[in-house]
Design a protein. Structure first.
Length: 330
């Protein structure tokens, strides 16, 4: 994969972040953090509604109270393209931030002429939350576990269908990763959004889907759908009693909708550290934890290094998957 100017992007993300942060910390110390922020802070994110917007608004509310400046949510459409473009061009002073899901770092694998380089143009601040996904099937499907679903798909290659929303969305990539690791041929049927996709599954037009817990779990509890496993590496309280894909038939599998908060490259290390501390503090507030849980989202509140490592891993694993499958977003 090539960057904005055609250069190779195979640079270790974590190592790069360490170099950049270390370089800036030598000449931009605590004074930057003491004087920050000096004006309103803008969090650039996706269009209104959905996980990006919710996370941005809850974090913005908490930061406004603690930073002493208004924190504004700036919604942009375009699958991350417009948001990423706005932030990488912004002044690197901590007053313009980016909160987005994996599209930000995977988009260059799916389309040409992405204006930013996800490795060089952004510094990680924190992974605030993740959204676990679940594998759900229509009740008529003769599979009660991941192992049985794989066996069924292998016995009927190309005969099972799975519903999917947007191309390149985390749930789409999770389903394709499942197919690749299990060695099965399950045909994707795209829909305009998760609502229509779930409706198609509930009506029996398709046999399975990788759904967010927030969207799919209510239908599991009502008996309209059957849940086989959660896609994260560990079980989640958002889907109580549900085992993981890895422990029920596909060892090594894990997937989730990951969100990250970033600043433009060259933002001083003291500001990155201050923002990490403040955002993690907001995430620990009881009312914020409750809002996220009710929305089907798990709080993480990682270090910058942990977010960097996750981004690097996803670019390696999912970047290869996108290339192998030929997923394109135009």
């Amino acid at each position: 994969m090539n960057g904005r100017n055609g250069e190779s992007m195979q640079i270790p993300y974590l190592a790069l972040c360490t170099v950049v942060i270390g370089t800036w910390s030598s000449g931009h110390g605590p004074a930057w953090a003491q004087n920050y922020p000096s004006k309103p802070v803008r969090i650039v994110t996706a269009e209104p509604g959905g996980g990006n917007d919710l996370a941005s608004r809850l974090i913005a509310q908490g930061l406004t109270a603690s930073l002493g400046q208004q924190v504004i949510v700036d919604n942009r459409g375009g699958s991350g393209l417009a948001a990423g473009d706005a932030v990488y061009k912004a002044q690197a002073d901590g007053h313009t931030l980016l909160l987005y899901g994996s599209n930000i770092w995977l988009l260059p694998f799916m389309r040409d002429n992405v204006p930013y380089d996800p490795v060089k143009d952004f510094l990680p601040i924190t992974m605030p939350v993740i959204s676990p996904n679940i594998i759900v099937v229509h009740p008529s499907v003769a599979a009660g576990s991941v192992k049985e679903l794989i066996a069924l798909a292998k016995s009927k290659p190309g005969e099972l269908n799975y519903a999917s929303s947007g191309t390149g969305a985390a749930t789409h990539l999770a389903a394709e990763l499942f197919k690749a690791m299990a060695g099965v041929n399950i045909v994707r049927v795209p829909y305009r959004g998760s609502g229509p996709a779930l409706n198609a599954l509930i009506s029996g037009q398709v046999q399975m889907m990788v759904s967010t817990t927030a969207a799919g779990w209510p239908h599991v509890k009502s008996g309209r759908l059957k849940a086989l496993a959660v896609t994260t590496s560990q079980p989640t309280a958002l889907a109580p009693g549900l085992a993981t894909v890895a422990t029920t038939g596909l060892p090594g599998y894990q997937s989730a909708t990951v969100y990250g908060v970033f600043a433009p490259a060259r933002t001083p290390a003291a500001i990155i550290s201050r923002l990490n501390d403040e955002i993690v503090r907001v995430l620990k507030l009881p009312e914020v934890k409750e809002r996220f849980f009710n929305a089907g989202v798990e709080i993480i509140g990682s270090t910058p290094e942990q977010l960097a490592a996750t981004v690097k891993s996803e670019m390696t694993v999912l970047g290869k998957l996108i290339k192998d499958v030929g997923i394109r977003e135009e």
